[in-house]
Design a protein around this ligand. Structure first.
Ligand code: KIV
Ligand code: NA
Length: 264
């Protein structure tokens, strides 16, 4: 079994093979997802909502992220492992170094951070020091109070242009992957085509290089509401392994997401 690396994922983009990603927070689910052939596993700070029952991701700490990252790492043999940097753990460049170190030491192969222009020095600095960075643009849940809720981003022309520019700037600063959350499909397609690095969508339509879902949403067991862009695969399959396998298959074949799970 060949380990998935960042080079594998970049090659998949080049060859037009879609990338399947899911969140996990513990060794058992990570192992199950890994065995079904998931390309990448994200320890999302969504754990604040789906594990801790908080209203948003803001209370999550780096220590908690490191704890779950270590667990996921233990359960994963093949998939690429990405860990979220939590709220305000990368507010300064120095903080981003210290806290990314914790997550890499816990077993992550890449760290993910939400934001655009203000983040470029950290992205460059971490990349130069050997820590691969995944950007996250569009709906950035750590900014929910500034955004005025969990809403679709980039619907207005000016905001859309800004998102394209920020995506390009992140790639130029060294980011090796990008998550796009809750943006219109047309904008997501444009950003995906503008970048050489893989773009992973959630609520960003079918045109990105890959898809990511929160595991509790795709199993329909989330403590929170079910977002429009998610799909309950367990409901359809009645078996967790089959549900995961069908999710991967639908991502690979471009059958998920459909219009129903996307924004125009
Ligand atoms: O925290 C998370 O689970 C995420 C994904 C939804 C992209 O950031
Ligand atoms: Na997150």
């Amino acid at each position: 079994m060949k380990k998935v690396t960042i080079s594998t994922l970049i090659k998949m983009k080049q060859q037009g093979e879609r990338i399947s990603v899911i969140t996990a927070y513990d060794a058992s689910f990570a192992k199950l997802f890994d065995e079904q052939g998931m390309d990448a596993i994200l320890i999302g700070d969504s754990l604040g909502m789906v594990l801790m029952g908080e209203d948003d991701t803001l209370p999550v700490t780096t220590a908690q992220m490191a704890y779950h990252t270590r667990s996921v790492r233990k359960g994963t043999q093949r998939a690429f492992v990405i860990a979220d940097m939590p709220f305000m753990s990368y507010a300064t460049v120095e903080q981003s170094y210290a806290n990314a170190t914790q997550l890499m030491a816990a077993g992550a192969s890449m760290v993910k951070m939400e934001g655009g222009d203000w983040l470029l020095d950290s992205v460059r600095g971490l990349t130069d020091r050997g820590i691969p960075v995944c950007g996250h643009l569009g709906l950035t849940p750590q900014s929910v109070h500034k955004l005025g809720g969990f809403r679709v981003q980039g619907r207005e022309q000016q905001q859309a242009e800004e998102l394209v520019n920020q995506a390009v700037a992140l790639e130029n600063a060294g980011a090796l992957m990008l998550v796009l959350e809750c943006v219109p499909s047309v904008l997501a397609n444009r950003i995906t085509q503008s970048l050489n690095i893989p773009v992973i969508g959630i609520g960003a339509g079918p045109g990105t290089d890959g898809q990511v879902l929160v595991m509790h949403d795709m199993l329909g067991i989330s403590a929170n509401y079910m977002p429009k862009f998610s799909k309950n695969y367990l409901n359809e399959c009645g078996d967790i392994r089959k549900a995961v396998s069908l999710y991967i298959e639908e991502v690979k074949q471009g059958k998920f997401p459909t219009e129903e799970h996307s924004f125009s």
